[in-house]
Design a protein around this ligand. Structure first.
Ligand SMILES: Cc1cc2nc3c(=O)[nH]c(=O)nc-3n(C[C@H](O)[C@H](O)[C@H](O)COP(=O)(O)OP(=O)(O)OC[C@H]3O[C@@H](n4cnc5c(N)ncnc54)[C@H](O)[C@@H]3O)c2cc1C
Length: 375
């Protein structure tokens, strides 16, 4: 059995690791020219079934490196006003892991070798008469397999072809994702799991990515065959604004000036946090969520992660759900590989279960949007 995975985001790579572990022939195709083409580094909080799914797929020898190259994600959740006066303290969270998406992608590439090809943008697929499927790429090349998995994110061309009726709604207003190098001053803003700043015209969600050890040094010591990027700890902040008309995509300096104007009268630590934001890793953000889709007739083509159930970041569940998908699909395909199940029924079981918890997570994240969004 050969599985074609479209997209080397964290969900597709996690699936590839799990399939490789199970001895299944897997090929991954990513449209970007390399893993470093766009930085795309932001903090992702993992826990529960998502973290369990990642650990299930990742080879055990890399678990110590995962632990060393991530950070603590637990403790109190504070709500403060724009002058940093405490408004509320929510129940503490325990047992999570703060990861950086860019570092995690590098870790998930380990051992995939020539199974992954960059610069391969899928344009369409064709189901063949013998039940297999052919992927067609923008450079004219093709690949054939028994199952094609669209792990190609929110704009998924696989979803557009498989489920042309599926809709992704966009949340109104403007979103901004910022990243500022961590200093003692900024670390004090997030003493525990996270801090929500409720301001007059915008709310800011603050989260700390404080690496236990510099990822590249941890890799050199714990798994010298793995190359992790050299990156420092940071504070991730996400801001939702009533409108996005003044945000300038592709020009962070101009966007930052708009935000600084808006923060007039806010606590100086928050103003400085925005002023010192990192130009490369901060940008306006479009927030979308998938409308529920009923199960479709199973084909040798399926979907995973944001490609099927993209959700707002307010619930902190998108990546967790993608890892849960990866582990579940991997278990189903392992049964097929061992001769214990047929391919299409196994894929259907995955799809039905994934649609249940996936769209429950979308609904939960949408419900949490008002606390995240500006009042
Ligand atoms: C600000 C922010 C904070 C977040 N915080 C959290 C959090 O704390 N916890 C959490 O669980 N989730 C969080 N998320 C959500 C999480 O980042 C996503 O759910 C997750 O990255 C989805 O992974 P994926 O692999 O499905 O898709 P992606 O990571 O989007 O990967 C898709 C890949 O497919 C590739 N691709 C696209 N089209 C093609 C094509 N035609 N051919 C080939 N390749 C293609 C893309 O280049 C990309 O590499 C957050 C998201 C944001 C924006």
């Amino acid at each position: 059995m050969r599985v074609l995975v479209i997209g080397a985001g964290i969900g597709g790579l996690c699936l590839a690791q799990g399939l490789l572990r199970a001895g299944i022939d897997v090929r991954i195709y990513e449209r970007e020219a390399s893993v470093d083409s766009r930085y795309q580094g932001f903090r992702i909080g993992l826990g529960g079934p998502g973290l369990a799914g990642l650990l299930e797929c990742l080879p055990p020898r890399l678990h110590p490196l995962l632990e060393a190259s991530t950070g603590e994600l637990s403790g109190e959740r504070r709500v403060v006003d724009h002058r940093l006066a405490e408004l509320a303290r929510l129940d503490p969270m325990h047992g999570g892991m703060a990861t950086d998406r860019h570092v995690l992608r590098h870790l998930l590439l380990s051992g995939l070798g020539e199974r992954i090809e960059f610069g391969k943008r899928l344009v369409e697929y064709t189901e063949l008469a013998d039940g297999t499927v052919r992927a067609v790429f923008a450079d004219g090349s093709t690949a054939e397999g028994d199952l094609l998995v669209g792990a190609d994110g929110v704009g998924s061309p696989v979803r557009r072809q498989l489920l042309p009726h599926a809709e992704v709604a966009t949340v109104g207003g403007g979103g901004v994702l910022g990243r500022t190098p961590l200093t003692e001053r900024f670390a004090a803003l997030v003493p525990g799991y996270g801090t929500l700043v409720r301001g007059p015209e915008a709310n800011i969600l603050l989260g700390k990515m404080d690496f236990r050890r510099p990822p590249h040094l941890a890799a050199a010591e714990l798994a010298p065959d793995v190359v992790l990027p050299q990156t420092g700890s940071y504070l991730r902040w996400a801001m939702l604004l009533p409108d996005n008309t003044r945000l300038v995509a592709g020009d962070w300096a101009a966007t930052r000036d708009v935000l600084l104007e808006l923060l007039d009268g806010w606590h100086p630590d928050l103003v400085e946090l925005v002023r010192h934001s990192d130009v490369v890793n901060s940008s306006p953000l479009t927030i979308g969520y998938a409308k529920p889709v009923p199960h479709w007739g199973t084909r040798p083509v399926t979907l995973l992660g944001d490609a099927v159930h993209v959700m707002p970041p307010s619930g902190g569940q998108g990546a967790n759900t993608a890892f849960r998908d990866a582990a579940l699909l991997c278990r189903m395909l392992t049964a097929v590989h061992r001769g214990e199940a047929e391919l299409l029924p196994a894929v259907e079981r995955y799809e039905r279960e994934m649609l249940d918890y996936g769209f429950a997570a979308v609904a939960d994240s949408v419900a949490k949007l008002p606390t995240f969004a500006a009042r």
